[in-house]
Design a protein around this ligand. Structure first.
Ligand code: GLU
Length: 450
């Protein structure tokens, strides 16, 4: 057995012994759930899934649908308009609380019912059928397979969901619900009755963790900025009135539902889902919370516990480089007689702030004392974020101002973005060094007038 499955089985074995909690019964059909059902699934960024226990047992998604439908409305409306309709503040209240902003009636928290119902109403559609179809298709794209409804749970909630209907009417009277409250709550009950397994939910969470790209199907389901905002809302608002404690103890964006589903996303690492129907007093799956708490501690997953990447960004420093360019005797002699030095600093990996700060420190150490050449060999660099790119440009400009010849070697995709950046951009270190030499030769041939 592979080590990940083995670890999941170990969690599963230990946590199965927990018998606390109550299966939700306010939706009559949910009371039918087997309290012993317990499944855990993980999907990695490479799209591999690992399971323990009842990872293929279907159940209704319930509130775990909320972050995904939030992402859909956010995609339709954009961030500003979305916030105008539904705030993003943890209300610290129960899932069915009436938490509306005094005056505007705007719901505070999109992850509990009032805010979620208002969010469902914002999904662009000509009629409720189109809205339901869009939501089902959207959830299916996250799961990477065609999902369907549990019609019995839907009927059961539609017949008894008076409080949710009341919330919707209340929001309409306050002016904060778009659309007909009865139809909107119908769509909301439909969305909650979508049938999933722990295995599906792990893929859905992994899609958010991967910045909106489904790691199994490879499809970009949602834009990266929407995925990031959705994870942020999950982190602050995802766990009902237990959200603060959850962030303290587990430290991952998460969402739970009353049927016993719970997802968490470890950004850039994996998506995880647990199914176990008995709920604690806050409405979260008892075994789900226990499993995620243990996992987070064992694998150091807490978001605030980001490892410091003081790794090997700088690969090498050369103080007096020469290119392999073949040159005639005259130029070779000219270069041999030229006292100016060409320094090279090589770097690798993704350049974020920490890495760039290291790189630029190495450049500052390596730069020749008198005007010469400075080459940044970034051919092993896989990505440069926007802020770090600005830092690098500023450093290059400063070197040019100080009279240095400046060249940068980068991989092909970055080479395409060279325009407008200071320095000469080349495809290889050798070309970059040769360019500095060429500049020396050109300057020697036509010395600046005194
Ligand atoms: N359909 C459920 C309700 O609105 C979802 C609640 C939940 O999972 O928190 O009551």
């Amino acid at each position: 057995m592979d080590p990940v499955t083995e670890a999941l089985n170990e969690f599963h074995r230990r946590i199965s012994a927990l018998k606390d909690g109550e299966v939700a019964s306010y939706i009559p059909q949910l009371a039918q759930a087997d309290p012993d059902d317990f499944g855990i699934s993980i999907t990695s960024m490479a799209g591999r899934s690992y399971h323990a226990g009842k990872a293929d047992t279907p159940f209704t998604i319930q509130s775990v649908s909320k972050p995904f439908v939030y992402a859909l409305a956010l995609t339709d409306l954009g961030p500003e308009e979305m916030l105008g309709h539904v705030d993003a503040e943890p209300s610290g209240e129960a899932f069915n609380a009436i938490s509306l902003e005094p005056g505007t009636g705007r719901p505070a928290n999109p992850m509990v019912n009032a805010g979620a119902i208002a969010t469902t109403a914002l999904v662009a559609a000509a009629d409720p059928e189109e809205r339901d179809a869009r939501i089902l298709e959207w959830l299916s794209a996250f799961a990477g397979r065609r999902l369907d409804y549990d019609e019995e749970v839907y009927a059961s909630e539609a017949a008894t969901g008076d409080r949710n209907r009341a919330l919707a009417y209340l929001m309409r009277s306050a002016g904060s619900l778009a659309g007909d409250p009865y139809a909107v709550t119908g769509s909301y009950f439909r969305q909650c009755s979508v049938r999933v397994t722990a295995a599906d939910l792990a893929v859905m969470a992994a899609t958010l963790a991967k910045g909106g790209r489904n790691p199994v199907t490879g499809e970009r389901v949602v834009a990266q900025d929407v995925a990031v905002r959705t994870l942020a809302v999950m982190a602050t608002c995802g766990m009902y009135d237990g959200a603060g404690k959850w962030l303290l103890n587990v430290g991952l964006p998460a969402k739970s539902g009353v049927a016993g589903g719970l997802i968490a996303a470890s950004p850039g690492r994996f998506g995880v889902a647990v199914y176990s129907p008995p709920l604690d007093a806050e409405g979260n799956s008892v075994r789900g919370v226990a499993a995620l708490t243990e996992m987070s501690q064992q694998f150091a997953l807490h978001l605030m516990n980001t490892p410091v990447h003081l790794t090997a960004t700088v690969t090498d420093t050369v103080h007096a480089a020469r290119s392999s360019r073949a040159r005639d005797a005259e130029r070779t002699a000219a270069l041999d007689g030229d006292r100016r030095l060409i320094a090279v600093v090589g770097a690798q990996g993704d350049l974020e702030f920490t890495e760039t700060e290291q790189l630029l420190n190495a450049v500052a150490q390596a730069v020749p004392a008198a005007p010469g050449g400075m080459v940044l060999d970034l051919t092993a660099v896989t990505g440069i974020s926007r802020g770090p790119a600005t830092m690098i440009n500023a450093a290059l400009r400063d070197l040019e101002r100080r009279g240095h010849q400046v060249a940068v070697a980068v991989q092909e995709p970055l080479l395409g973005r060279a325009e407008g950046h200071p320095g000469f951009w080349a495809a290889t270190r050798d070309d970059a060094v040769a360019w500095c030499e060429d500049r020396f030769l050109a300057q020697a041939a036509s010395p600046p007038s005194p």
